[in-house]
Design a protein around this ligand. Structure first.
Ligand code: CP
Length: 352
């Protein structure tokens, strides 16, 4: 385990930490997970500490894993609904007596607690790609305490950590693991790109053989793709993009199909601010659904991952989601969801 200084640092994207630091986080998460199973709780690690959580969007896993994690470490997580406080807003987006400038909110919370965690994407920033990430960067600029990204419009770094911890647990490491991140059909186009972008960044950084699969029009951020290529080269893994769903799953060890919105969904200049055109592209690709037959073509010991919530019957069939025992390939979605708790406890312990 590399010893390094995490204390006081923000965690807004996977690129904030080096590969060695990510490996340290995974080691700490494993240790906390094992200790808890053995009845050792570490409930003094964040005693008296407060995490402020600002959710512009809905959540089940993120909210509850951060809250439970803070409780288990002896601290407290405080839930803030932007509709019930003065909505934190960037300069130029303010509304009198309804919003409060981010720089002021950040400096107030900084005087009272020990970290600020934020979720923001999509409607709250009018689908301006990168608008939510900029909001988080502004919080980080003004707060001296750590700012944590609970999913914005570019990255979902804690989800990605849980994903790779699950891979490590199932395969013992990352070398030689064929990791397929694929788009899948959903009846909703209101889905950010953060999960697939974080997943491929970590998978490339850690040296897996990564395939990103999607229909045309569903491309991810070119800067993220180019960072993946750089990571893959440095780590001795591989990275490729495919438009062939079936081919991307054949022989994969990790099968991770989920929906994300097409580029046209975003406001100009990135996209066309066009939900109808987005839905048309989605509807042309309904066959991108993960089925048992497709999973049978993956590696015999493959795992199916999904960040959840999944659109059952659209992105994936029930029999794939629910195959969590028996021989052959497995769904590992509940291990993956549980691992949110352990990786977040690890990061909070290190930076707070
Ligand atoms: N995977 C994930 O972030 O789930 P929630 O939207 O429920 O937080």
């Amino acid at each position: 385990m590399k010893t390094t200084t995490f204390k006081g640092r923000d965690f807004l994207s996977e690129t904030d930490f080096t590969k060695e630091e990510i490996e340290t986080v995974l080691d700490v998460a494993t240790e906390l997970k094992r200790d808890r199973a053995m009845g050792k709780y570490h409930d003094d690690l964040l005693r008296t500490k407060t995490l402020f959580m600002i959710f512009y969007n809905q959540s089940l896993r993120t909210r509850n894993s951060f809250e439970a994690g803070m409780t288990q470490l002896g601290g407290h997580a405080h839930y803030l609904d932007p509709g019930k406080i003065y909505t934190p807003a960037l300069e130029g987006k303010e509304v009198a007596y309804s919003t409060e400038r981010v720089s002021d909110v950040a400096r107030v919370l900084d005087r009272m607690g020990d970290a600020i965690a934020i979720r923001c994407y999509g409607d709250p920033v009018d689908w301006e790609y990168g608008g939510a990430h900029n909001l988080l960067l502004e919080f980080a600029r003004w707060a001296d305490i750590p700012v944590l990204n609970m999913e914005d419009d570019v990255y979902h770094p804690f989800q990605g950590l849980a994903d790779v911890l699950t891979v490590k647990e199932k395969f013992g490491g990352f070398k030689g693991v064929n990791f397929t991140m694929s788009w899948a059909y959903s009846p909703s186009v209101h889905k950010p790109r953060a999960v697939p972008q974080s997943a491929i960044l970590y998978a490339s950084m850690l040296g897996m053989n990564v395939t990103l699969a999607h229909p045309e029009g569903m491309e991810l951020d070119p800067q993220v793709v180019s960072k993946c290529e750089e990571y893959a080269q440095a780590a001795g893994g591989a990275f490729k993009v495919s438009n062939d769903f079936e081919d991307s799953i054949a022989n994969a060890h990790v099968v991770y199909p989920k929906a994300w919105c097409p580029t046209v969904m975003f406001k100009a200049p990135v996209g066309e601010d066009d939900p109808k055109k987005s839905m048309d592209i989605f509807n042309q690709n309904k066959s991108w659904k993960c089925t048992r037959e497709l999973m049978e073509t993956a590696d015999r010991n493959a795992i199916y991952l999904h960040c959840l919530p999944a659109d059952r019957g659209y992105e994936v069939t029930n029999e794939v989601m629910d195959k969590t025992s028996g021989s052959g390939w497995q769904s590992a979605i509940f291990d993956e969801a549980e691992n949110r708790l352990h990786v977040q406890k690890a990061v909070m312990s290190l930076v707070m």
